[in-house]
Design a protein around this ligand. Structure first.
Ligand SMILES: *Cc1c(COP(=O)(O)O)cnc(C)c1O
Length: 394
């Protein structure tokens, strides 16, 4: 076992100031869910993202679920969702008995392909069964092609839910990721760019909808002195203690974006000029928070698979992961429909070749250098016919 300190993929990065807000919660005995820290955290997110309404909840998954409740997904309803994402993007569709249809990625953002989305809509219109919502994911901090996606969804009058769990602080045409659809969702899970250990936020400019979400997230208790309920509710509100962490974390969100981007630049520089090693693009008119730096190994040049790199790093006490396995390839969703970008399946190609590299904002430059050296030492060049000839000459 390697004795060096473990390097994690994306560990929490506290400022120290969290304790201050947590102490306030203790001193005032606001230990119950809700309270002044929750209000203040919601206000910070509203200010930062420039949206009118925000609701702090227990997880990003809960926020997606609430958005689906708000658009009224019922058993048997269809919902379109990005395929290349974490399962939490789609699980809440199943909570409501909805049926996900998965949409492939396109190569410029790795996110939802407008071409595939349009195909899915055309079929749905023909079958007279439009989806209740489209869940667009901004993977690893890169915003999807929102103008194209919104134009298609507006045409069919279907609301967009932005899963911005990984993209707080990212921009699309100077607008904050998560603020362009009907609803946006952020996550503050331990691995995200800022963390409340666990938590999420639903944002929207529709204040009536936020009130309704608040109601649903608080057991859907009707306005009456006695306990009266007419709808199914959830217990999804964020605790006042954890919201205290969120306030302190929001004080450094811009630093965290910069630090993530610096990590990414160092990786990119280290592999500059190495053929067949590719980093995810930053699409035109977007700024990515570079939540995780991903690297793709072109099998034309390299024998090495993502799994081999992950294993080699693990042997040195370093955490790396393959990129998300597309949801249309998951056993859970084997019966669901899937629309490819073109004759090629972009998400599958990315999955076969992609790795998420350690991207912690608290990773030192020396630690990152160690990761880079190990990757380089474990890349094995493919011996092509041409290369054999060249080597034969030498
Ligand atoms: C983390 C994540 C979620 C879920 O957020 P939680 O707060 O962990 O529930 C949803 N979607 C994506 C893309 C994520 O990365």
């Amino acid at each position: 076992m390697n004795s060096q300190k473990r390097i994690y993929l994306s560990p929490p990065h506290m400022t120290g100031n969290e304790q201050h807000y947590i102490s306030q919660a203790f001193d005032s005995n606001w230990i119950a869910p809700l309270g002044p820290n929750v209000d203040a955290f919601e206000n910070e997110i509203k200010k930062y993202t420039n949206v009118r309404g925000a609701l702090a909840v227990s997880s990003g998954t809960a926020a997606i679920h609430l958005a689906l409740r708000l658009v009224g997904v019922k058993p048997g309803d269809s919902v379109f969702c990005s395929s290349f994402t974490f399962v939490a993007s789609a699980n809440p569709i199943l909570y409501e008995g909805g049926i996900p249809t998965f949409i492939d990625s396109e190569p410029e953002t790795w996110n939802m392909s407008p071409d595939a989305l349009l195909e899915a809509f055309k079929d749905a219109a023909k079958e007279n069964k439009l989806p209740k919502a489209v869940i667009v994911v901004h993977l690893y901090g890169q915003s999807a092609k929102m103008d194209d996606i919104l134009a298609i969804c507006d045409y069919y009058k279907v609301p967009v839910i932005e899963d911005a769990a990984e993209s707080l602080g990212s921009l699309y045409k100077n607008k904050k990721s998560g603020t362009m659809g009907a609803y946006g969702v952020y996550s503050f899970n331990g691995n995200k760019i800022i963390s409340t250990s666990g938590g999420g936020m639903l944002v929207t400019n529709n204040l009536e909808a936020i009130d309704q979400a608040r109601f649903l997230a608080t057991q859907a208790r009707d306005k009456a002195i006695h306990y009266q309920h007419s709808q199914v509710g959830h217990n999804y509100r964020m605790s006042n203690i954890l919201a205290g962490m969120g306030i302190a974390q929001m004080e450094v969100i811009n630093d965290r974006v910069k630090q993530k981007r610096d990590v990414h630049s160092r990786y990119q520089e280290a592999f500059n000029g190495v053929k067949g090693i590719l980093f995810s693009p930053e699409a035109k008119d977007t700024v990515s928070n570079r939540w995780l730096t991903t690297m793709n190994i072109d099998h034309e040049y390299w024998e090495t698979s993502p799994e081999e790199i992950v294993k080699a790093l693990e042997a040195e006490n370093i955490e790396a992961r393959p990129v998300w396995k597309p949801l249309h390839l998951q056993p859970l969703f084997r019966n669901n429909r899937f629309y490819k970008h073109s004759s090629e399946c972009v998400s599958e190609n990315l999955y076969r070749t992609g790795i998420c590299l350690p991207s912690g904002t608290n990773m030192s430059v020396e630690e990152q250098q160690r990761v880079i050296s190990l990757i380089k030492a474990n890349l094995h060049e493919k011996i092509t016919k041409q290369l054999v000839q060249v080597k034969g000459v030498i």
